[in-house]
Design a protein around this ligand. Sequence first.
Ligand SMILES: [Zn+2]
Length: 1149
Amino acid sequence: MKRGRVFSLLIGGIFCVALMSLYRMLEVMQKVEHRHPLDTHDQQADQDLSRLQQKIERLESLLSDNNRLVAMLRDSLLLQKPDGRVGGANISSGSAHNSAKPIPGCRLAEELKDGTDGVQLLDVYDLLPFDNPDGGAWKQGFEISYRGDEWDQQPLEVFLVPHSHNDPGWLKTFDDYYQDQTRHILDNMLTQLSLDDRKKMIWAEISYFSKWWNGIDEQKRAMVKRLVKAGQLELVTGGWVMPDEANSHYFALLDQLIEGHQWMQTHLGVKPSNGWAIDPFGHSPSMAYLLKGAGLRNMVVQRVHYAVKKHFARQQTLEFLWRQSWDSSPRSDITCHMMPFYSYDVPHTCGPNPAICCQFDFHRLAGRRVYCPWKIPPQPITEQNVQERALLLLDQYRQKSRLFRSPVLLVPLGDDFRYTESSEWEVQSTNYQKLFDYFEQHPELHVKARFGTLSDYFGALQRRLSSAGMSLPTLRGDFFTYADRDDHYWSGYFTSRPFYKRLDRVLEASLRATEILFSLTMAEIRRFHGDGLTAAGYPAREHFQKLTEARRNLALFQHHDAVTGTARDPVVIDYGNRLFHSLMNLRQVLQSSAHWLLLFDKSQYHHDQSEYFLQMDEEISAHDTLPQKKTITLSDKPRFLVIFNPTEQLRTSVINIVVDSLDAFVTNSETGRSLPVQVSAVWAEPNRASKTNFQLSFVAEIPPLALMVYHVTKAPAGSAPRTSYTVHRRGDSPTVHADNFQVSHLKASEVEAPVSLRNSHMEIWSSAETGLLQKLRLMSGLVRQLRVEFLWYGTRTRVNQDKSGAYLFLPGEEGAQPYSSSEAPLVRVSRGPIFSDITSYFRHFTHTVRLFHMEGHAGKSLEVSNLVDIRSENNRELVMRFVSDVANGNCFYSDLNGFQMQQRRTLAKLPLQANFYPMTSSAFLQDSTSRVTLLSAQSQGVASLRPGELELVLDRRLQQDDNRGLGQGVTDNKLTPSVYHLLLEDRRGGAQEVGGAAVQHLSLLAHLTSLALCHPPITMVTPSNSQLLKLSHFLPLGSSLPCDVHLLNMRTLDDVQEPGSPSQQVALFLHRKGFDCNSAPHPPPTCKWSAQDEVNLDDLFSPLRFRSIRRSSLTLLYDEEPNSARQQQPHDITRLRPMEISAFRVQMD
Ligand SMILES: [Zn+2]
């Protein structure tokens, strides 16, 4: 309370200072006018006028800042309630360090200091020798022994789980697999399971299951429901796909889970309990978090480094409670079963010896299509051989069982696309049934075996554990980077097909933006028209179907052969077309929704599919091309520009459009206030500017989730500030064609010194010769060497040596070689009032570093972008490396799915390729005084091979297959963009060690920067011939959300009564971020956060109103019971725990 008052006074103080500076500026301005009395000379008058105009603009901007301060002051006063109870968001614009009590996001790290129990995977990595000795029959393991009486008291209970792994696209497209295999597999499943209730099966991919469901009749659907109810068929995980866990962003991971779970609930009325992820190439705790949050109780994982599997097998920790690294409570625990052996096929699931297990895959009986590579074929089970066969199998079961703490055994029975023919069901079930019967008839063997599902297995496991009073060990950490054998590390797929990894995130951002705007539009329409939606003319159902299709296309792409870049070329094209198609459809929904929301007179709304009133300012012509800005023709008549801010924060953004005029001004359509602009050349070639098109940049301040309307108009010649250029190339002075711009060349004396750019937050120095960054200095005084280098990796060259491919990274022994080019790069330095940048044109890439001359967090980071083209190369991978003087030792941090940070240790005992990790959105290096954070807009592989270094793989072109079944190299490279923001921050205090590993988070500033990078503003424009309708801004929120609370999504739910139509219910997802409290940006980010876990959603989203709010599980399957006392209270206080995602089922008024 006292702190609050002091704080209010502080804001008051700032306000007064700002006001005084305003008056001071007025004074200065008057003096300027006195000094330059109006000249008779026209030019002089023009100049003065323009200067005056700029001053006025600056004053206006100052005024607007002051207005914001006043609003914040008012809010903070309002929220300091007299009884000391804080009703909701607690406003703070000060630094986190002022607080006496740690705020929730960073309190977390404090709490964790005591939570050091259990296994920490980083410690396991420190411990393991990674020596890969030959283990005998179990090559990567050890000899397993048993006495034989271990099961006398507690008989061995074996569950054989039939499964068929169906990739939604890999060697064939999703549709081709469905036609050729999947539909037959599901048809057979239905017949076979109905014939014999001892037969069971599990199924994971809802994308396939729902497609099959659409094609079967009601009678078959009823049979499916009966089988599910009887426990014969279990849908496991229930995601749309079995997603990749390295490259997928948590938005998409969750979204594909929601899509699958909602489908299951609507069509089958069931909820999944068990996860099944047998093929993703490494496993992430983010996935475990989402499954737990969705209500699942257990999960199975498979592709884990063979050395880790062996270690866990020895320790009997293959079953564990997987806990989030940041969680000090058991809240996030989920029971996880790790399969012990090499693969999920039958040879590697019955026990340690594949030559024996293969003989129990009866699909490989002589005369069938598949055989055993160990050259001992299966035998049909007969009366003569049943004893010998049963004992042989039991020996494998018993050995496998010794790796687990309970006598319950999970034995998957299946492979990729298995059970396509009913004969396969017959051979497997009749032969196994004979073995089961034999066990049954011989109680002295103490074994009971039968077909089962995961529910059967985990049910038995939990019963045995609890009756024995045993609990499973706790484990923290992740399972990257995966190796299946030798030094074959799967770190190549972190980068393979980077063009599509980028497109994935473009679609993801577009889907989120459209979901939110669609939900807001539906609420507005209801408010305007009542519940009768048809009155609006807004095609809600049609739009909802486009949204649904986009959700499913994004979901499909999270499959572990899609976003990973490990599918065949035609399949990649199929994915690309789906992403592109949905991107186009989402634009229509966005344009149409914005149109309705902005119209002052709603009766003027009409939906015309052939010509939208609003159009995107950029065009994409095909899935494999880059967006092109449309040229907006300007005249004296203003054109409408509409900008949507899809983030929950007020943002100051630089908007770039392409116009046909060298001079233009942009005004806010309501206030008439003109915005600062900068006109730059559009470079048709590195040294040739377009004579007809120009880039107009302006600074827009856009409130959270707002649609803002601007007017852009042709201006008198010479009125808009233009970018000036300095061009240099070593050896020759390049001719530059840019008549409308001031272009200079570096003088001989300037060539030796670095080129420098600065804004009010930092200064950077780059090499004049290459344009590449060398050093960075913050205005606080912190200086860091930060050199950008480009390098090549090649692959192994010796014959019979495995080489890099889509999955594997197997670099040549020489390591990375510096990028060199026979031709010196053309370096172009641009300087202007809004941004300045340095662009270098190398043969294989164009690299740009841009600095924004802006207050607020946009000016605090450096934008780094590349356009890469390595199509002329063979077996090469291009890497961008930052070399700094940060003393991070062998430790750095990279994110997991954009959800959390994970500490990484570069280990000399591991080969180079093992020290590469997935980076979905961020990585940082730090020492006691500073932190360098790199935020990315796409996923890629990252490493810190030496102290101070951070390197990212930009693209890879590989001519050969790497023997993981794909059967081709990766040679469909394209012109590929990548975008980053680089942040240098002051830091105090070291990392807090938890169980030997430090739990670290991004700083608030890094979170905000990442949000802005991943969710750029969306620019729309009206056609040149459209009449000027009256449009007004759409401002749904009164203020920004707290800066540690991310609005993950507002997703309109399907109507249960009328599937395919939007319901009035919206799934609202809020992710409260954990953040680092040791970074000390100066000045601190201006934002608010809640000092408590408890927040009031009505306050956060005011003036939006919720008719009902009900907390739910992450995929909306389990609604929390409404608390009757709370129900009466309209202002619902709800808890948002740091690091956690909270889901609510809401109805907006
Ligand atoms: Zn697969």
